[in-house]
Design a protein around this ligand. Structure first.
Ligand code: ATP
Ligand code: MG
Length: 138
């Protein structure tokens, strides 16, 4: 068993797609180890995406990620990081494999429905932005 971290992004919440997305995650064998709804402050979003600070799209990314509520969660299954990246699909929803969450719910490279950690180490770091040991039910 391993863990990964996800954010169901503001565009998914505006579409009321969070229930469908969670259902897809469960159908792919993920179990919810911790989950809550929240809203990212500018500061939190900036820390979370600090790696992209120099990118041309950073301001747009900040505006979008703070534009409404999100759901943050830690998910558990075998090979969780790679499996979630596969289920989520490519960053650009137009290029995402049919059947992936981004192909189904994403609009463009900014409004791409969901975040998935890209390594075990980043999953741990990202989860620690939102959860502490007592929050985990698994
Ligand atoms: P995420 O980290 O959100 O799961 P990702 O790992 O597929 O997405 P990253 O390269 O880490 O992609 O980019 C982080 C986020 O920054 C993307 O999800 C997207 O919202 C935004 N982003 C990435 N590239 C672009 C771009 N060229 N134009 C606008 N926004 C972008
Ligand atoms: Mg990423």
């Amino acid at each position: 068993m391993s863990r990964t971290f996800t954010i169901i992004k503001p565009d998914s919440m505006r579409k009321k797609a969070e229930g469908k997305i969670i259902d897809i995650l469960l159908s792919h064998g993920f179990r919810i180890a911790a989950m809550r709804a929240t809203r990212l402050s500018q500061e939190k979003a900036g820390e979370f995406y600090a790696i992209h600070k120099e990118k041309v799209f950073f301001d747009e990314l900040m505006e979008y990620m703070t534009s409404g509520p999100v759901i943050v969660a830690v998910l558990e299954r075998d090979d969780a990081v790679a499996e979630l990246r596969r289920v989520v699909g490519a960053t650009n929803p137009q290029k995402a494999e049919p059947g992936t969450i981004r192909a189904m719910f994403g609009k463009d490279v900014t409004e791409n429905a969901i975040h998935a950690s890209d390594s075990d180490e980043n999953a741990r770091i990202e989860a620690a932005h939102f959860f502490s040991e007592e929050d985990y039910c698994l």
